[in-house]
Design a protein around this ligand. Structure first.
Ligand code: ADE
Ligand code: ZN
Length: 354
């Protein structure tokens, strides 16, 4: 193996001390699984509520934070959607996006593929123009302003009918919204990928890239459906693939990216504790996994926090961490030029070659 840009070979040696110091800096990574609405920190929720004259159902920050105790995906989604009430104007969406990028830059993020949930805003009477233009206005200069290249993913709520998603996709295309891809999120169980076959056909025809949440709470068969019926290029989460050895073999052979979110999985009880997380087993199986933050304001950490906590529990080698970083860059929808730049930056860290 020539370097980490390959991202596939097994490590054979341990890093030397001088190089470990270089590795103390966050590695340059691509964040591929991030819901912009999930970056709303409690302080910003209160600030936006005040600016917009919205009365929140919490007396203060502490009372809000007490609600960040989740039993499953739905218990989180209830709070996540409720807190979006503070997002009213383009400025609100822009401020939220800027706050994420500022923090992500510190975490080592050099490229971010950002999901937003237009249906969750339309249903509150907020127009597509307001939410899309607010986020996009900040993304347009994210590289110059934060050193982070970005692209926008329109995510569709799988607990709503496919008709709604089709209407919104048509609206986004009609306004020439700067979206690069579509995704599928919200309550997974009972809402299989097959429900959205026409949506993904239309998105593909429009030249959009395709990803979908699958195998977070839902079964491994949802991952198979997302691949076979929706034709996705990437799977968001995908951890339950580990229950199906044939599927693991298929994912390894096809190098299908899985955008794994360890702290999210713990907080939403998809796994009992971080020590029970399948990430090391996924790496060992040769799966193309990356580390992402999902909804960092709700799950206790950004990408760097995910890496730090994984490192503390599993003692991942520096080689493993660099491989996760390389996987994230390879698995992005960035241009080949941008990927090469980021891989050069990663390899410039002189992580030991095995
Ligand atoms: N929307 C925001 N975060 C999500 C998650 N982890 N799973 C499904 N939908 C989501
Ligand atoms: Zn997600």
């Amino acid at each position: 193996m020539e370097n980490f840009a390959g991202g596939t070979a097994e490590p054979e040696t341990e890093p030397d001390a001088a190089r470990v110091e270089v590795l103390a800096l966050p590695l340059p990574v691509a964040e591929l699984h991030l819901h912009i609405e999930g970056t709303l920190q409690p302080e910003l929720i209160f600030a936006l509520a005040e600016r917009n004259g919205i009365k929140l159902p919490y007396a203060g920050l502490d009372e809000l934070r007490e609600r960040y105790e989740f039993t499953d995906l739905q218990s989180f989604l209830d709070l996540y959607y409720a807190n979006m009430a503070v997002l009213q104007t383009e400025q609100d969406f822009a401020d939220m996006t800027r706050a994420y990028l500022e923090r992500a830059a510190v975490a080592g993020v050099r490229h971010a593929e950002i999901m937003m949930d237009p249906q969750a805003h339309l249903s509150r009477g907020i127009s597509l123009e307001t939410c899309v233009n607010g986020v996009a206005s900040v993304l347009a200069t994210s590289h110059e302003d934060f050193g982070i290249s970005t692209l926008l993913i329109a995510a569709f709520l799988r607990d709503l009918p496919e008709e709604s998603a089709l209407e919104v996709l048509d609206g986004l295309l009609a306004m020439d919204a700067p979206i690069a891809a579509v995704g599928l999120d919200s309550a997974e169980v009972g809402n299989p990928p097959s429900k959205f076959e026409r949506l993904y056909d239309r998105a593909r025809e429009a030249g959009l890239r395709l990803t979908a949440h699958a195998g977070e709470e839902g079964p491994a068969s949802y991952i198979v459906e997302a691949l076979d019926i929706l034709g996705v290029e990437r799977i968001d989460h995908g951890i339950r693939c580990m229950e199906d050895p044939d599927l693991v073999e298929r994912l390894v052979d096809a190098r299908i990216p899985l955008t794994v979110c360890p702290l999210s999985n713990v907080r939403l009880r998809a796994v009992d504790t971080l020590a029970d997380h399948p990430l090391p087993a996924m790496l060992a199986a040769g799966l193309n996994v990356s580390v992402n933050s999902d909804d960092p304001a709700y799950f206790g950490g950004y990408v760097d926090d995910n890496f730090a906590q994984l490192g503390a529990v599993f003692e991942l080698s520096d080689f493993d961490k660099a491989r996760l970083a390389a996987n994230s860059i390879h698995s992005s929808f960035a241009s080949e030029e941008r990927k090469a730049e980021l891989l050069d930056e990663l390899n410039g860290r002189e992580v030991p070659h095995p």
